[in-house]
Every structure is written in C-alpha cells, then in structure tokens.
Design a protein around this ligand. Structure first.
Ligand SMILES: [Zn+2]
Length: 54
C-alpha cells in the first residue's frame, strides 16, 4: 500500500504531540493505541466481563 501513514498525534506527558506513525488500521501508534482506542476499550470490557462472570 502506498498510502501515507498518518501520525499518532496523541498528547504525551510532556505536552507535545506524539510523532510516531500510527499503526495500520488504527489512529494511534503502538504506544498510544493502548488506553484510548475504542479497540482496546472493547477488549478491556470483554476482559472485565469475563472476569466478573467467573
Ligand atoms: Zn503515539
């Protein structure tokens, strides 16, 4: 794919924008993909649900 990858752009602790390239299929880089992305939130919810059920 020759598409230009967008930058992560998440705010860092230093108050600057993250300059890492975003992951393919995500709007954040590998560092910031974690906490904010809906993808991870869904994953966490599923995890919590699983844990509660037990
Ligand atoms: Zn980032």
């Amino acid at each position: 794919m020759a598409r230009t990858q967008s930058k992560c752009g998440a705010w860092t602790e230093k108050g600057t924008r993250c300059q890492n390239l975003a992951m393919v299929g995500a709007s954040r880089c590998h560092l910031h993909r974690g906490d904010w992305s809906s993808y991870t939130v869904e994953k966490r919810k599923a995890k919590a649900r699983k844990r509660r059920r037990k």
